[in-house]
Design a protein around this ligand. Structure first.
Ligand SMILES: [Zn+2]
Ligand SMILES: [Zn+2]
Length: 223
């Protein structure tokens, strides 16, 4: 995004899967950026990834606010097939951002954080038909669909329709599978569910799909 790496004051880590921690070694060793996650997640990361700088390890509790760079941040547990996985709620200036990817279903705790958000980044991982008909082996399809796997487009859309409210100004669909989804399919599921449920976005509300490979546009919640 053209932001200097020196201005980054912390990295929030959600779980130990490689697509989420690939950059940690370089970011901690070369740039000395502190990284924040729970004790249990650190344990699962540090034993196989010995080159992550221990000086940058910061442990955070679950469901207790900590302060970083002008933000109040709280981690909450979500259900995924890792030793532990967390979502984050980030608050500043009276606005709340919630980030939840990598979860097989949305439990009450996660739903509570999500419902309060002004900006929500939520997983819409797979199109149900593409996954079913795709080339993944049976066990992997079952893992992805399970309660500890990922959220499918219909699952995410139904949930969003359930909790949709006027304060939610931006929804970003994220963590789309490269093999089992397309941005068009994720958006189509969203619009179809909303129209079936008779819900429409007001003129201030935005839905977008985050690209796997390029940064999103800057979203401003406070002018
Ligand atoms: Zn992931
Ligand atoms: Zn994962």
């Amino acid at each position: 995004m053209g932001i200097s790496i020196q201005t980054i004051m912390g990295i929030l880590v959600t779980h130990n899967h490689i697509d989420h921690i690939k950059g940690l070694e370089v970011l901690t060793r070369r740039n000395s950026i502190p990284a924040f996650t729970t004790h249990k997640i650190w344990k699962s990361i540090l034993s196989p990834h010995k080159n992550i700088s221990r000086d940058c390890v910061r442990e955070i509790p679950l469901q207790e606010k900590f302060h970083l760079a002008g933000f109040d941040i709280e981690a909450f547990p979500i259900f995924h097939d890792a030793p532990e996985t967390i979502g984050f709620q980030i608050c500043a200036g009276g606005k709340k951002i919630t980030i939840v990817t990598d979860l097989g279903h949305i439990c009450q705790t996660a739903a509570t954080y999500i419902k309060e958000s002004n900006l929500l980044v939520i997983e819409s991982n797979y199109d149900e038909q593409m996954l079913l008909n795709g080339r993944y082996p049976y066990f992997l399809k079952e893992r992805i669909k399970s309660d500890n796997g990922h959220l499918g487009n219909n699952q995410t859309s139904e949930f969003l329709a359930d909790i949709f409210n006027d304060y939610l100004s931006h929804i970003c669909l994220a963590h789309l599978s490269k093999n089992n989804n397309t941005p068009e399919k994720a958006l189509h599921a969203f619009y179809q569910t909303f129209s079936e449920r008779g819900i429409s976005l007001n003129s201030q509300q935005r839905i977008s799909v985050l690209n796997r490979n390029i940064p999103s546009e800057m979203i401003r919640l406070v002018e």
